[in-house]
Design a protein around this ligand. Structure first.
Ligand code: URA
Length: 479
């Protein structure tokens, strides 16, 4: 029997070295136990991995390494043994990872997915509090991740809050950024974290202003923002009163203007090659695959991939530009001001939003930070092209009768080339397996400064959507 002690709970390099030596010495998974330095189990019989036999060779795919690096961050005590068993079996069958129904493959994949989800939650729910003032200020957050993801999640905060020194304290590990590098130190007690600062009120005001009563779904909100995170979020004290006052503030919020798009568009480097993803028509599988998309650099600063939403049986697919600030945090398309405008227009056109599939040409939020505000930036052609693979897969999975492209970015994605909205607007255009309809983006309506022009453009938008409604009814007018 081999009892392998690792240096820490996330000691991937130690696990990898030991697993490699064990496998090269043909040590069966049932003959190995794993522990972490300081564990009670380690006190009994720690041994070391056998030496690698001279000349032994052994390689695994990058896909396995990536999966194992994530799964090892899972809190399950079984993970080291499970990963070794999978590694052992991969030597016999190199295609094992393609067998999604294999229990080991499915357990490790589920662990990696859970870890990723936890990382997304951390990106969305960390709230910094200011300690000290002006030149000497430091931003500190307290967070309790479910899994051991602090080191994994930290680079995201370093990119997003590059110009402020911060620390994220958690019970097991803390991450710190001094403007140059991330460092990791041992965990601390919650009492070490500050509880209030002068930014608290700003957060609350921000949250109150983005709260969307028209899209209020208490159950879905609880699922997205589980209660365990509430105690560390300054805005949660507002949730109850906001829900109670939702009806009253709904009409006032509809009048809110959208953020002005930023004019200067930087040219980006060519998109990074995307990983090959398994072909599937299942929208949930596609959503999971898109979670890890790295086909362009926008994933780096966005909180998460915002994939399309709606029934797989939808006959209409609505395509917008890209998620905005609120969509990026919620992980759902069209839930902010543009979404409210869209909901209202769909209703007037006689279309039930619950029956359409709503997505965006680009699935990550593109923005420039301005203090605590994130200013929307229009995606460029490289980003639209890099993301088009997901639109194509959604199209193939949903097989709608009609695709409605809202705005120029959506039209560029739908037709695969720059397509001016005004030239194509309001008429049905044949695609290979569906029809397309081009109209304006609801944010355009929100930005119009003149009330009369806004009302007029809004009516035109509703009229365009009525064409879509007619297609839905199979009306001859739509032919
Ligand atoms: N604008 C879009 O194009 N999509 C969204 O999801 C939100 C705003």
């Amino acid at each position: 029997m081999h009892h392998i002690p690792l240096d820490g709970e996330t000691d991937f390099d130690g696990w990898r070295l030991a697993a490699r030596a064990l496998a090269l010495n043909d040590v069966k998974p049932s003959d190995v136990t794993w522990s972490v330095a300081g564990d009670a189990s380690e006190l009994f019989a720690p041994t070391t991995a056998p030496q690698e036999p001279a000349g032994g060779t052994f390689s695994v795919s990058a896909r396995f390494v990536k999966l194992a690096q994530l799964a090892i961050l899972h809190r399950s005590p079984e993970r080291f043994a499970l990963l070794y068993r999978l590694l052992w079996r991969l030597r016999q069958n190199r295609d094992l990872l393609d067998i999604a129904t294999d229990p080991d493959v499915s357990d490790v994949t589920a662990m990696a997915r859970t870890v990723r989800r936890d990382e997304h939650k951390m990106h969305a729910f960390v709230r910094f509090r200011e300690v000290g003032r002006e030149q000497k200020s430091h931003f500190v957050a307290w967070f309790e991740p479910e899994h051991r993801i602090v080191e994994l999640a930290a680079p995201f905060f370093a990119r997003r809050f590059a110009d402020m020194p911060w620390s994220i304290l958690t019970p097991e590990a803390c991450a710190h950024w001094d403007g140059h590098a991330v460092s990791i130190t041992p965990g601390v007690a919650k009492s070490e974290a500050p509880t209030a600062d002068r930014l608290e009120e700003t957060w609350r005001r921000y949250y109150a202003s983005i709260f969307n009563p028209a899209r209020l779904k208490v159950k879905a909100m609880r699922a997205e923002m589980p209660r365990k995170y509430w105690r560390n979020l300054p805005e949660t004290s507002l949730i109850k009163p906001l829900i109670e006052g939702a009806d009253r503030i709904a009409s006032a919020m509809i009048a809110n203007a959208a953020t002005e798009p930023h004019k200067s568009q930087k040219r980006l480097q060519p998109p990074m090659p995307s990983r090959t993803v398994e072909n599937t028509d299942d929208i949930e599988t596609l959503r999971q695959q898109a979670d890890d998309c790295r086909a362009c650099p926008l994933w780096k600063d966005a909180t998460q991939t915002v994939f399309g939403e709606g029934p797989q049986s939808a006959r209409i697919m609505l395509v917008g530009e890209q998620p905005g600030d609120q969509e990026d945090l919620a992980g759902q398309p069209f839930v902010g001001p543009a979404g409210q405008m869209l909901d209202r227009a769909l209703k007037e056109a006689g279309i039930d939003r619950g029956k359409v599939y709503v997505t965006n040409a680009v699935k990550h939020f593109k923005f420039v930070p301005r203090g605590k505000i994130r200013l929307h930036q229009k995606p460029n052609t490289l980003e639209i092209k890099a993301c088009r693979q997901w639109y194509e897969r959604e199209l193939a999975a949903i097989k709608p009768d009609l695709v409605v492209a809202m705005g120029a970015t959506a039209a560029q994605s739908v037709f695969g080339k720059i397509t001016p909205v005004n030239k194509s607007r309001g008429r049905l255009i044949d695609l290979d397996d569906a029809q397309a309809l081009v109209t304006v983006h609801p944010s355009y309506l929100l930005r119009l400064p003149d009330a009369e022009a806004k009302a007029q453009e809004y009516r035109r938008f509703v009229d365009d959507l009525k064409i879509a409604a007619a297609v839905l009814r199979g009306s001859p007018r739509a032919a």
